[in-house]
Design a protein around this ligand. Structure first.
Ligand code: PMV
Length: 331
């Protein structure tokens, strides 16, 4: 039973379809909000510490929580988190926590998703020190979005430049209604380290690879507008090849990609790489078979649909006895 006075925000997960890493440099990326929910609950306790499940140390161990709470000058709060996402899997768990907490604590909350996306990016950047607003904007917007570039679909908001990178325009793209499969490799990834390693490579001459990824993402956007499933899959495979060139794959990921290639229209790293997760586009109706193939390759697969909505705050539901009722669990 949810305790009286507890509020809960629910955020989807995310998977980058095209353009990870290149988006850090302002090139366009395409990102999917997927139906893998994370719930963040907050109980306000003015005059006390910030705690996670009652533990001040637990709260301090999660830099995203600390930066989000600090950015809005939060008073005493006790936070709890339930998530269907594996941690450090490249599926947006940190951004989901950041967006969820800020949806509950910021002045405008989820009523102004653009402001929330800006706040969430600032908190995530403060915690991570590098990176683009791709994750936080996707989780605020829901659906399918492009980040960077701009002018591709209905404009949602713009994120201001940070340390000579950006700005990033965030546009709404159409959802063709396909099912996707994401698969966690079991190898946790460290976004900050991988983004910094790519930065060194780009500085040393890999900038044309990043440009090619940006150009490919634009072709991907056109294919999504046409609903051209085969073309989207083909471009996913090409995008994976460019990520290999950038040095963010490894032998284990390549083994999995090789096993999945014949069974999918497209399969690629999603997110920072060197671990984390893969994203596959199955042929229509073959998602269960693709999930089985991923499981056989030793990964943890999830068949997902697009979550049409981003982060939201559950209205306090009231039972006949007048008590708040518990929210849906993230099993
Ligand atoms: O692996 P994730 O979910 O942290 O995604 C990172 C995506 C990058 O483009 C590699 C970095 C970024 O901040 O955009």
């Amino acid at each position: 039973m949810r305790e009286p006075g507890t509020q809960t925000a629910t955020s989807p997960g995310k998977a980058i379809l095209f353009g990870e890493h290149a988006v850090v440099y302002g090139f366009p990326a395409v990102s999917l909000a997927v139906d893998l929910p994370t719930m963040v609950s907050v109980r306000r306790r003015p005059g006390t510490d910030w705690t996670l499940d009652g533990s001040p140390e637990g709260f301090q161990r999660i830099p995203y929580l600390v930066e989000a709470a600090r950015s809005v000058g939060a008073e005493g709060i006790d936070v709890s988190i339930r998530s269907s996402l594996p941690r450090a899997s490249g599926l947006g768990s940190s951004a989901a926590v950041t967006c969820g907490l800020l949806a509950l604590l910021s002045k405008t909350g989820p009523g102004d998703l653009g402001t929330l996306a800006k706040l969430a990016y600032s908190a995530e950047f403060a915690a991570q020190g590098v990176g683009s607003p791709a994750d936080t904007s996707t989780l605020c917007a829901g659906g399918i979005v492009s980040i960077g570039g701009g002018g591709y679909g209905k404009s949602l908001w713009e994120i201001a430049p940070r340390e000579n990178r950006g700005p990033w325009k965030v546009d709404r793209l159409p959802d063709p209604g396909w099912k996707w499969v994401v698969a966690y490799t079991g190898l946790p990834k460290q976004t900050g380290d991988v983004v910094s390693a790519v930065g060194r490579k780009v500085g040393a001459g890999a900038s044309s690879t990043v440009e090619q990824i940006g150009a490919l993402a634009e072709r991907g956007i056109a294919a999504l507008f046409k609903g051209d499933r085969a073309e989207v899959g083909k471009l996913m495979n090409e995008n994976h090849g460019l990520l290999v060139e950038l040095g963010v794959s490894n032998p284990r990921i390549e083994e999995i990609v090789e096993a999945l290639r014949p069974q999918t229209l497209g399969v690629k790293i999603t997110g920072a790489g060197r671990g984390g997760s893969l994203l596959a586009l199955p042929r229509s109706g073959e998602e269960a078979a693709v999930a089985r193939a991923f499981a056989k390759a030793g990964t943890v697969p999830f068949v997902v649909s697009i979550s049409p909505v981003g982060v939201r705050v559950a209205p306090p539901s009231v039972t006949s006895a007048g008590a708040a009722s518990p929210g849906r669990s993230a099993s």
